[in-house]
Design a protein around this ligand. Structure first.
Ligand code: SF4
Length: 696
């Protein structure tokens, strides 16, 4: 049992990018109570099933409580010395690109900042990437192409003000439930607000929608190009806003030429969608993993932004493209530059002025001049022996990466693997040479940024168990032991945050969007009390929306429309693999279930890995209800329970991405997903594999 800690304070949920505020209290028996924070602007007191079950997930079962080296408990000094010495020796022998960090959207901003600073400024490599690569890298790339920076133009208030909300590639009802509840509350008060869902599956988000477009998997570019051509045909190009936009003509040429038939949608459904979108000024298009996790994810994002730029429906109340992020701090990771191709504060790694400014600010000895290895490339390099020392922080790539069996084998064969986590019970932790016990949600202290740029504090209400330490502390200790003492003398997350905020002033000086320099002088008390704050926070701009009157962050200040054309998923169905495999989340589990599986209530929703299959396909394959089903792709196999439903279209199957384990039923589904990526964003095509489906 945990020791008692009498506290009651505000924090945030550690799961999805909605970023809900929670109120935490610990009773005199040491039990944690979690309620929705009625004053947090992301959720106004609402919580979904996962958030409201948080108190059931903080037991110390399977917790990693002491550092371990080769399976033996040890003390911090021994473990940290070994990590620092091995990284230093490896760099001395093989160069800085022989080491890598693979981090996570579960990190707090302060953790992320220190990891990025250590790798890019002091080790001198850009080999730091994050599991956010699997989540929203295509949005980052699409935003940068369209806006010049990775900027979310709107805010959650736009969902309240929109007259039409389009969800594309987003099962918001299950994956961002509190935002979905927010939309339902608006529709109750204002029944004229329309909801459109674009998804091959008839998901829970469709249940209350006015219109569902069951498009062919991966055909979003064709659909939004069709919409853009229709916008032009109806004379709805905003001539006034067009002066803020470049690339209109080329985008229109591509849009007119694209193949709307690729969507497989009927003329009636298309006409209804076009009428709604074109006939309504206040449209928000929400998109998520169904758009991002694709070999043409970046083009999909730009097909959406094209429609909003063409009509000037961006950055104004109730209008705009809106990316919702999967993880609690995917946005914070993007902001600190925790991706292999980014710098810090939305500055560009490959821009010499930006790079030198950050180098000077950090007093860094070296800075990489080119992007590092993105996640899929990184684990290939591990498998090829090019990465010889790897530090994995709060993520489980042996399960969650595409081609997961190969990734697991690559990690197992790596010379030196460090894993920082809260638990020993992950497939990745089992492969580590050094295990570092980290503080987890409820025990750690810092900030996160949600999908609408709201920075909120995550606060510690529980004491750190055993010898667990915060990630920023582990990283800073290794930095100091590698000889970079002055740069990593942090005592508190507040110090790190102030440094980060000051650095963002440089980004502001370069005319970038991410500027929180107005927070650079926060006292420790003000940091401790920091209320949810939407960036930017500078003398020039506070919170609010971007781009209503242009002001894009491209060299000419114009928003860019891109000529994009539909491409099918890379893998082709064939006789041996006749089905298309779609993967995604379920309502009550999170990632590889290391936390949510601790709650019996959450596990009761869907207790086993399963495959959704259409009744006609099940019948043709001889698969009965609840039968065990063997799924095979050229990459791997899984055995899961049949869930026969017409919510999934014929010719496609859907399997959730959470389960691990080797025994039947075994839903280690990412072992089946090939490591095909979007060539621009590097994001894997997690929804486009081809698969055989037979009775087990
Ligand atoms: Fe947590 Fe997301 Fe649920 Fe909010 S919607 S309670 S952030 S999982």
């Amino acid at each position: 049992k945990r020791p008692q800690s009498a506290c009651s304070l505000r924090s945030t949920c550690p799961y999805c990018g909605v970023g809900c505020g929670v109120l935490l209290a610990v009773d005199d028996q040491g039990a944690l109570e979690v309620r929705g924070d009625p004053d947090h602007p992301a959720n106004f007191g609402r919580l979904c099933s996962k958030g409201s079950a948080l108190s059931e997930t903080v037991s110390l079962d399977d917790r990693l409580l002491t550092p371990r080296v080769h399976g033996q408990d040890t003390d911090w000094d021994s473990a940290l010395d070994l990590v620092a010495t091995t990284f230093k020796d490896t760099i001395a022998k093989h160069g800085p690109d022989s080491v890598a960090f693979y981090v996570s959207g579960q990190l707090l901003t302060e953790d992320y900042y220190v990891a990025n600073k250590l790798m890019k400024g002091f080790i001198g490599s850009a080999n730091i990437d994050t599991n956010s690569r699997l989540c929203m890298a295509s949005t980052v790339a699409g935003h940068k192409r369209a806006f010049g920076t990775d900027t979310v133009p709107g805010t959650y208030e736009d969902l309240d003000e929109a007259d039409v909300i389009v969800l594309t590639g987003s099962n918001l009802a299950w994956c961002h439930p509190v935002l979905y509840q927010r939309i339902l509350a608006t529709r109750k008060a204002r029944p004229d607000q329309k909801l459109v869902v674009i998804d091959p599956r008839r998901t829970a988000s469709c249940d209350l929608a006015d219109l569902h477009l069951p498009l062919a998997l991966g055909s979003d570019v064709a659909l939004f190009n069709g919409l853009l051509a229709e916008i032009e045909k109806r004379g709805l190009i905003d001539a006034e806003f067009a002066k803020y936009v470049s690339g209109l003509d080329a985008a229109l040429v591509s849009a007119r030429a694209d193949d709307l038939a690729a969507t497989g949608l009927s003329d009636d459904v298309l006409a209804e969608f076009f009428d709604l979108w074109c006939g309504t000024k206040k449209v928000v298009t929400i998109f998520s993993q169904g758009v991002n996790q694709s070999s043409s994810g970046t083009d999909k994002v730009n097909a959406i932004t094209n429609c909003h730029l063409a009509t000037g429906r961006i950055g104004k109340p109730g209008m705009g493209p809106f990316s919702v992020t999967g993880q609690p701090n995917a946005m914070g990771g993007r902001e600190v530059g925790g991706l292999a191709n980014m710098l810090a504060c939305h500055l560009d790694l490959e821009n010499a002025d930006h790079r030198n400014a950050v180098k000077d600010f950090w007093s860094a000895p070296v800075m990489p001049e080119v992007a590092g290895l993105k996640a899929v490339e990184m684990f290939k390099a591990v498998g090829e022996g090019k990465i010889k020392a790897l530090w994995i922080i709060h993520t489980n790539p042996a399960v969650s990466m595409p081609d997961a069996d190969k990734v697991r084998d690559a990690i197992a064969g790596c010379d030196f693997v460090v894993v920082s986590d809260i638990t020993v019970a992950t497939d990745t932790a089992r492969l580590a040479h050094v295990l570092l016990p980290a503080t987890g949600w409820g025990e750690k202290d810092g900030t996160v940024t949600n999908s609408d740029r709201m920075m909120s504090r995550q606060r510690a209400v529980l004491p750190a168990p055993g010898l667990a330490r915060p990630d920023w502390h582990q990283l800073a200790e290794v930095g100091r032991r590698m000889g970079f003492n002055a740069a990593f003398e942090y005592e508190t997350p507040a110090e790190i945050f102030r440094e980060y905020a000051a650095l963002s002033g440089i980004a502001g000086g370069f005319g970038r969007d991410f500027d929180i320099s107005g927070l650079a002088d926060l006292s420790n008390t003000a940091y401790a009390d920091l209320a949810p704050t939407r960036w930017p926070v500078s003398s020039g701009k506070k919170g609010g929306r971007f781009f209503a009157d242009g002001g894009f962050f491209t060299p000419d200040g114009k928003g860019r429309m891109l000529p994009v054309a539909w491409k099918p998923p890379v893998a082709k169905t064939e006789k041996r693999y006749p089905f298309r495999l779609n993967t995604g989340r379920i309502r009550d589990q999170w990632h590889t279930m290391t936390r949510t599986a601790r709650s019996p209530r959450l596990s009761a929703h869907l207790a086993e890995p399963f495959v959704e299959i259409h009744p006609e396909d099940a019948s043709a394959q001889g698969i009965g209800p609840t039968a065990l089903v063997l799924l095979k792709t050229p990459n791997g196999r899984a055995i899961v329970r049949a869930m026969i439903t017409d919510r999934t279209p014929k010719g496609e199957v859907f399997v959730p991405m959470h389960w691990t384990g080797e025994n039947a039923p075994s839903g280690r589904i990412d072992a089946l997903v090939p490591s095909v990526t979007d060539p621009i964003s590097g994001q894997p095509e997690s929804k486009g594999a081809v698969v055989s489906v037979t009775p087990f």
